[in-house]
Design a protein around this ligand. Structure first.
Ligand code: PLP
Length: 453
């Protein structure tokens, strides 16, 4: 079988293989890379996952995309090396489960993709004898996952910008204790300022000689590994061929796109629920067919999902036959009827998030943090419209409660346990640079620091 090529959602760039798509991040026409066609897994192949460990399922799913780019035995070794931690599925009631994606090194689901992407990028740059600089802006979880995953990867320099006042102390420490090839820069500004500085650097002709790449969720390397845990959950909870329901708390829609990829590859998903916080551009679009970004984005308890215009919507729209450009303009409407059949989305206010999180604790002694609570409430919203019919359902908990302890402390008066790996890391001494929002000063910094010493 020929290797899978990736085309741009804007349709103006030539298709490239996984290596090129991963190293480029964004397509030259500013669109997002997406598979030209989806490889399929036969029902027997999916049924066989029931007896396999996580890293082996990861290998069997990802190898469909890496043909002709990485030898299978090498990919299998990368998967074994990346996925060494458990993926707990906790039963809540009947066949309803919570999947905790918080056991990786930085305690959020973003570890799953970052760990694999770092290994793939490290391999590609080594093969080419290239050096690259990963430049990324973070509101918290992405920065720590990316910094940790790329730490000490030869040939790669990482520069992470974060808004000093908007990042919790433990979140900051997960990035700033790493050092070596990782530089963290605290910006005296907002997340939007960090993102604007990074975007400007990518577009700056005077920085063209620096091989910059992004590790944001626009990179296809961040997306594909996120399809694996949907296969994993189904392999443990569903009978062969039996459809399953997922609820995925959504911000940039990278996580839920992992489920869309899994479905395109053959995993039977009865309903994919993608609840959002008060940044409700997507549920309004699904209901009306009119897309309007939320500007400026609204702050909420689930702060990793404060996204006014989810970047991955362009990919979702493409799967349903439409076209959306990077500004959010729709050039061709997707098949809305099919989207409504497959997907459900509701907006969960902070008030409803708080109630969900208290209810779940009172009823099931199940501890969620705000992102998981949004997923829970979104699932219950869907149950008011359709019946589960005895099928298995999985609500994704995307971070460890210890990363977002404020609501828990406020409500219950105690603090959630900190996972051991995180506890050890946040004891280490920090090292980070600090600057304002002046682009020229940041550019001078980049020019001075992009080389790997
Ligand atoms: C990033 C993040 C999300 C949102 O994921 P998207 O892929 O952006 O939709 C949800 N929960 C947590 C804890 C996150 O860090």
């Amino acid at each position: 079988m020929a290797s899978i090529l990736f085309k741009s959602t804007n349709g103006q760039s030539p298709p490239v293989n996984l290596r090129e798509a991963l190293l480029a991040g964004l397509a030259p026409d500013r669109g997002l890379y997406f598979p030209e066609r989806f490889p399929r897994l036969a029902p027997e192949e999916i049924a066989a996952f029931a007896r396999l460990p996580y890293h082996e399922i990861a290998f069997r799913v990802l190898s469909k995309f890496t043909e002709g780019v990485i030898p299978n035995e090498d990919l299998a070794a990368l998967c074994r090396d990346a996925y060494t931690f458990p993926v707990p599925l906790e039963k809540v009631y009947d066949r309803v489960h919570v999947m905790r994606l918080d056991q990786g090194p930085t305690a959020s689901f973003k570890d799953f993709a970052a760990l694999m992407m770092a290994r793939l990028m490290g391999r590609f740059t080594r093969e080419d004898g290239r050096q690259i600089t990963i430049l990324t802006a973070t509101s918290g979880d992405t920065g720590s996952a990316v910094a940790h995953a790329f730490h000490k990867v030869p040939g790669i320099r990482v520069i992470v910008l974060f808004p000093f006042a908007e990042v919790a102390t433990s979140q900051r420490k997960l990035m700033t204790v790493l050092k070596d090839n990782v530089r963290t820069v605290a910006i005296d500004g907002k997340f939007d300022d960090c993102q604007a500085m990074v975007k400007r650097a990518f577009a700056d002709p005077q920085l063209k000689h620096i091989p910059l790449s992004s590790a944001n969720s626009i990179n296809i390397g961040r997306l594909l590994p996120q399809s694996v845990y949907y296969f994993y959950a189904a392999s443990r909870l569903a009978q062969p061929g039996e459809p399953i329901v997922f609820s995925v708390p959504s911000g940039n829609f990278g996580d839920m796109m992992g489920a869309v990829v899994a479905r395109q590859m053959g995993l039977p998903i009865r309903k994919l629920i993608a609840p959002v916080n008060e940044n409700d551009a997507f549920p309004r679009f699904l209901a009306s067919g009119h897309y309007e970004k939320v500007v400026p984005s609204r702050n909420s308890l689930s702060n990793a999902m404060n996204v006014g215009h989810p970047s991955n919507l362009a990919r979702l729209v493409a799967v349903y036959g439409g076209q959306m450009d990077e500004t959010g303009r729709i050039h061709r409407l997707p098949d809305l009827a099919a989207m409504r059949r497959d997907l459900f989305s509701s907006s969960v206010s902070d008030e409803r998030t708080r109630i969900a999180f208290q209810d779940v604790w009172a009823k099931y002694q199940l501890l969620l943090e705000p992102h998981g609570a949004v997923a829970w409430r979104g699932f219950e919203d869907w149950l008011e419209t359709e019946s589960l019919d005895g099928l298995p359902a999985v609500i994704l908990e995307t971070a460890n409660p210890a990363k977002f302890p404020e609501e828990i402390e406020k409500t219950f008066g105690w603090s959630p346990d900190v996972p051991p790996a995180m506890a050890a890391m946040i004891q280490l001494p920090e090292d980070y640079d600090r600057m304002g929002t002046d682009y020229e000063a940041f550019k001078a910094y980049l020019l001075a620091h992009h080389r790997i010493s």
